[in-house]
Design a protein around this ligand. Sequence first.
Ligand SMILES: NC(=O)c1ccc[n+]([C@@H]2O[C@H](COP(=O)([O-])OP(=O)(O)OC[C@H]3O[C@@H](n4cnc5c(N)ncnc54)[C@H](OP(=O)(O)O)[C@@H]3O)[C@@H](O)[C@H]2O)c1
Length: 239
Amino acid sequence: MELQQQRVVVIGGTSGIGLAVSRAAIGAGAEVVIASGRQASVDAALTQLGTNASGQAVDVLDPSDVAAFFDSLAGVDHLVYTAGDALSLMAINDLALRLARSFFEVRYFGALNCIHAALPQLRAGGSVTLTSGSAAERPGPGWALAASVCGAMNSLTKALAVELAPIRVNAVAPGVVRSPLWSQLSESDRDAMYNQVGQSLPVGRVGGVDDIAQAYLYCMTQGYGTGTVIEVDGGALLV
Ligand SMILES: NC(=O)c1ccc[n+]([C@@H]2O[C@H](COP(=O)([O-])OP(=O)(O)OC[C@H]3O[C@@H](n4cnc5c(N)ncnc54)[C@H](OP(=O)(O)O)[C@@H]3O)[C@@H](O)[C@H]2O)c1
C-alpha cells in the first residue's frame, strides 16, 4: 500500500485516464479527491470509486474557484492533472486562430492555475504529475496544435521541476488510449481508428486507461525522478 494515508488530488479524475488513476491510487491505499468541470460526472465517478473518494465540480480556468477548492483541503500529497476537453485536429490551412488558442485553455492554463493554487497545500515529499502526449515527439499531419500543447506541457514539467524542488514534477505522455476523449467519433470510426493505430504499433494494440494509470502511480510513489516525461505509447515513437 504505497500511498497509505496520502491524499491524492486528481483534476480530471472523473473520466478516462484520470478515473483510472483515481482507482489505482485508492487501490494503493490513498484517499482520493477528484474534480472536473461537471458535477454530474463527479457524482457518477464517486459512485464507482467508493468511500475513499470525494470530489466536486471545479472550473479549472477560474482562479477563485480553483483557490476555494484547494483551500478546502487540509494538505495534499500528490496532485495529478489529466483534465482535457475534446480535441479536434486542425490543419494549418484551416487555421481558426480563436479555436487554436482554445486548445491551450484546459490542458495548459488549467494546469498552471491548479498548480498555483495547490502549492500552499503540497506537503513535503509531494509530487505533481501532468499530462502530455506522444504527439509532442511524433506528430502527424493536422497535429500541429495538439503537438504544441504537449510540447508546452513537457517544458512546463521540466521548468517546474527546477522551480518547485524538492517537490517532484513529472508528466506522462500517452499514445492513443481507448477513452471517452474519442467519443465525438462515431463508434465505427472510433473502432477503425483504434484498429488502424493498434496494428501500426509494436505492441499490436492501442492502450487502455489502466495501462497509462500505472505510469502516474510510478510518478507519485518513486522518490528520485523529477522533470521526466514518461512515454507510454505502445512503441509509437519507434515506428
Ligand atoms: N485518450 C487518449 O488517446 C490520449 C492520448 C494522449 C493524451 N491524452 C490526454 O490525456 C488527458 C486525459 O484524457 P482522457 O482520455 O482521460 O480524456 P477524458 O476521458 O475525456 O477525460 C477528460 C477529463 O477532463 C475533464 N475536463 C474536461 N474539460 C474540463 C474543464 N473545463 N474543467 C475541468 N475538467 C475538465 C473531464 O470532466 P468533465 O467532463 O466533468 O469536465 C474528464 O474528467 C487529456 O489531456 C488528453 O489530451 C489522451
